[in-house]
Design a protein around this ligand. Structure first.
Ligand code: SAM
Ligand code: DTB
Ligand code: SF4
Length: 352
């Protein structure tokens, strides 16, 4: 559905029980949030987080690479692409017993969501059938199930929904203007089409992106605008900090200022107040203090387990210790109120 762009009012609209007409975030409005003094931005994000969620609750989602490497796509950040020599070997799809074992381990360690990743450009019909079996396995253990398998074709989302899949992860990854510098084998619209299929089948959308790939602040704002303007915006938004992997074209890119990463989390929280905002890849390189700032800025989910897909993640003991020292509890954050137009939250942001 197309929605009209409106000029943001400097007055707070009155709350009403009527559905609020969806307004589009402009990239400039989002950049104005990014440009706020750090303390002001984090304060606003924290206020939104408190308004919509129990801010002491953090989701633990465990990842498992069920089919690793050998991917024909050329995503410049990815260790699993055949285009780059990263030392990642290609493997076949795991069988249900292996997945069951990993999911039980994750559940026993405290995870509530189990996300299966496959290094495919797009799964074939028979791949989807097999993954549907994996989804049933995960669901039978009482976990939320998520899968990220690449672009979905006709009937795929429905088959996964039928198996009980709760979330499908497919990231927009970056700003449309910057996208072509990172990925050449598929276009932005392909990603939007997959998200439409997921939404259409009644599966919750998990979509976010990566920062620290050499994009500008304007382009980070462009990514958040794309996500926040989806109608509705995703229920789950992973924000990844680039893990610079040897052999990929992005290995030597300048690391992002960690405060800029925190700002990205804060802006995602303000613009998508009901979403679970996941502090995703890059935590191992980040240090505890920056992670604490991310929780303060509204992150309420993490990838939990010693490994992401092919790269490392903090140990589970270290994560539980960090959460405990911050007085955070483990659980499944649910928004505690209906959405109001999140743009009211930016109403007093000075625009250039
Ligand atoms: N092949 C599927 C796809 O591309 O949708 C699923 C797996 S893919 C590895 C899932 C996501 O992981 C990517 O969209 C990207 O956001 C993230 N990712 C991959 N490599 C990364 C890296 N080096 N650093 C941070 N995030 C990364
Ligand atoms: C997402 O946004 N990040 C996760 C998950 N979705 C699939 C993947 C991170 C991958 C980091 C690089 C690796 O471990 O291979
Ligand atoms: Fe393949 Fe996904 Fe990696 Fe791109 S991000 S190369 S599609 S596994």
């Amino acid at each position: 559905m197309m929605i009209t762009e409106k000029v943001i009012s400097l007055q707070m609209p009155k709350r009403s029980s009527k559905p609020v007409e969806k307004q589009r975030w402009s990239v400039e409005q989002i950049q104005a949030l990014f440009d706020l003094p750090f303390s002001e931005l984090v304060h606003r994000a924290q206020s939104v987080h408190q308004e919509y969620f129990d801010p002491t609750l953090v989701e633990l989602a465990t990842l498992l690479s069920v089919k690793t490497g050998g991917c024909p796509e050329d995503c410049g950040y990815c260790p699993q692409s055949v285009h780059f020599d990263t030392g990642v070997d290609a493997s076949k799809l795991m069988d249900p017993d292996e997945v069951r074992e990993a999911a039980i381990k994750a559940r026993d360690a405290g995870a509530t969501r189990f996300c299966m990743g496959a290094a495919w450009r797009a799964p074939k019909d028979r791949d989807v059938e097999k993954v549907a079996e994996l989804v049933r396995t995960v669901k039978s253990l009482g976990l939320e199930a998520c899968a990220t398998l690449g672009m979905l074709g006709e009937g795929h989302a429905e088959a996964l929904q039928d198996a009980g899949l709760d979330y499908y992860n497919h990231n927009l990854d970056t700003d449309p203007e910057f996208y072509g510098e990172i990925i050449g084998t598929r276009v932005y619209q392909d990603r939007l089409d997959t998200l439409d299929r997921v939404r259409g089948a009644g599966i919750k959308v998990c979509s976010g992106g990566i920062v620290g790939m050499g994009e500008s602040r304007l382009q980070r704002s462009g990514l958040i605008a794309q996500l926040a303007n989806l109608t509705p915006y995703p229920e789950s938004v992973p924000i990844n900090n680039l893990v610079r992997v040897a052999g990929t074209p992005l290995v030597d890119v300048d690391p992002l200022d960690p405060f800029e990463f925190v700002r990205t989390i804060a802006v995602a929280r303000i613009t998508m107040p009901q979403a679970r905002i996941r502090l995703s890849a890059g935590r191992q390189q980040m240090g505890e203090a920056i992670q604490a700032l991310c929780f303060l800025a509204g992150a309420n989910s993490i990838f939990y387990g010693d490994k992401l897909l092919t790269t490392g993640n903090p140990d589970t003991e270290a994560d539980l210790s960090l959460l405990s020292r911050l007085g955070l509890k483990v659980g499944q954050p649910e928004p505690r109120k209906d959405d109001v137009n999140p743009m009211h939250l930016a109403a007093s942001v000075p625009l250039r």
